[in-house]
Design a protein around this ligand. Structure first.
Ligand code: PLP
Length: 462
């Protein structure tokens, strides 16, 4: 049993080094000026432990990543075995067995003729790869003007310049403008705040999908290459697709010859109870981008999976997709991914999620009795709990209240109470839950009880 705690001298030294040298991602560094940096030292199952030995339920699977939970020695052993055999070789004109095996495996899981797998090191790189492929494909097939991308308001697709351009969060982008031109936003599928057809999900879905056609018409179909959509949109707090939404999107994409890119960086590998989210909602993408849960986080890996049609121009002659990443398809990561997928099969992880998701939802929906909980939404093991100031009117918090409540109180209070999750205000304020897929009722109850106690305290601070 590894020790959970560091001794006092080691801990003080680690804190000092963190304060002096570590630049944490998406972090307001000043908030740690006078405060301890939380240091997570160990994980076991669905729990993580900090440097003081305190236990937390990992309600976000790290960052939508740790599908099988922590401390799975089979995955660590797969990594060690591959590192000893062949630690590294690139996929630049060469291959290695695990990348070949994994490509075949992913093609087998992916719907329809999504048969060609281009590996990356993570999700943003997969999004970049998809946009570049879409542009080049149309140049090669006689439609060179098709280069623009449509995506949804508040959607997050990554931080590199291309992926950030596709992202629909203006406040994340402002500091880095000018970004890559040619991206356009359409409404998302936030039914709780539907601007139209608020009492009819199917009509709302039809309307939201039709906005993609409107955007294509406005830009000119001969300039639009692709639409990037998540099966369930993460940012904003888990917006599932209304009934019929993706059927209509597929029709529109076919009508205008626009590629449908299913950005499944979060939604693949069991998050929604299937290997791919597109399968759950019954639509056929032209490209799937994925990462995160592919290895359950035991090593970094991403992939762009393209249809036979998109690969066809690259099959012959001197055409090359002049694109790649040193660590894309890393042998250690590919070996880990294969073992991860083996465990998915042996332990029936997708079946587990499908059989328990109703209980997860029902447990979280108990929170709707609190005045501050406006909406509980999501699918699979992926939920957003929207917080409101006034439940009857759905009035949200103003900037000052959001700052005080979410940044100033909620995230830390949930963590202090033993739940690692996310209080997010990209869009309306939400608590997001995306726990390891091996969670059961006792963990659903633990999440509900912690959130309930913290929200009751938050009420008193309003
Ligand atoms: C839908 C989506 N696309 C892309 C990304 C970027 O992935 P990465 O952080 O691995 O680059 C993310 C990350 O959360 C994501 O949620």
């Amino acid at each position: 049993m590894p020790s959970d705690t560091l001794d006092a001298t080691d801990f003080t030294q680690l804190q000092q080094s963190a304060h002096d040298h570590l630049w944490m991602h998406f972090t307001r560094m000043s908030s740690y000026q006078q405060a301890e940096v939380p240091v997570i030292v160990r994980g076991d199952g669905v729990y993580i432990y900090d440097a003081h030995g305190k236990r937390y339920l990992d309600g976000l699977a790290g960052l939508f990543v740790s599908q099988l939970g922590h401390g799975r020695t089979e995955l660590a052993e797969a990594a060690a075995k591959q590192a000893a055999e062949l630690a590294f070789f690139p996929l630049w004109s060469y291959a290695h067995p695990k990348s070949i095996e994994l490509a075949e495996r992913l093609a087998g899981y992916a719907p329809g003729d999504l048969n060609r797998v281009f590996f990356t090191s993570g999700g943003g790189e997969a999004v970049e790869s998809a946009w570049k492929l879409a542009k080049q494909y149309f140049k090669l097939t006689g439609k060179p003007g098709k280069h623009k991308v449509i995506s949804r308001a508040i959607a997050y697709h990554g931080t590199t310049h291309g992926a950030l351009s596709i992202t629909g969060l203006p406040e994340l982008k402002a500091a880095y403008e000018p970004l890559v031109p040619s991206t356009f936003r359409v409404p998302n599928t936030n039914f709780y705040r539907a601007p139209i057809h608020g009492d009819d999900p199917a009509a709302f879905g039809r309307w939201a999908a039709d906005q993609i056609a409107v955007a294509i018409e406005n830009e000119g179909a001969d300039t639009v290459a692709a639409v990037f959509l998540e099966p369930v949109q993460n940012a904003g707090g888990c917006f599932p697709p209304p009934p019929g939404y993706f059927d209509r999107v597929r029709e529109i994409c076919d009508q205008y010859d626009v590629l449908l890119v299913s950005d499944e960086v979060i939604c693949a590998f069991g998050r929604l109870g299937h290997m791919f989210g597109a399968e759950r909602y019954g639509y056929q993408p032209d490209i799937i981008t994925c990462a995160k849960g592919l290895t359950s986080g035991y090593s970094p890996l991403g992939a762009m999976i393209a249809t036979d049609r998109l690969f066809e121009p690259f099959r012959h002659g001197d055409t090359t997709f002049a694109h790649g990443y040193t660590f894309g398809g890393h042998p250690v990561s590919a070996a880990v991914a294969l073992t991860n997928l083996d465990i998915f099969e042996h332990e029936g992880i997708n079946e587990h999620v499908r059989s328990r998701e109703g209980d997860f939802r029902a447990t979280l929906e108990k929170l709707l009795d609190l005045p501050m909980v406006g909406d509980v939404r999501g699918a699979g093991y992926f939920y957003g709990i929207e917080l409101v100031k006034d439940k009857a009117t759905k009035e949200t918090f103003d900037d000052e209240e959001s700052e005080r409540l979410l940044r100033g109180f909620l995230s830390k209070a949930l963590f202090d109470a033993g739940l690692y999750c996310r209080a997010d205000d990209r869009g309306d304020p939400v608590i997001q839950l995306s726990p390891p897929l091996v969670c059961d009722q006792q963990h659903f109850d633990e999440m509900e009880q912690i959130i309930r106690a913290v929200l009751i305290e938050a009420e008193s601070k309003l």
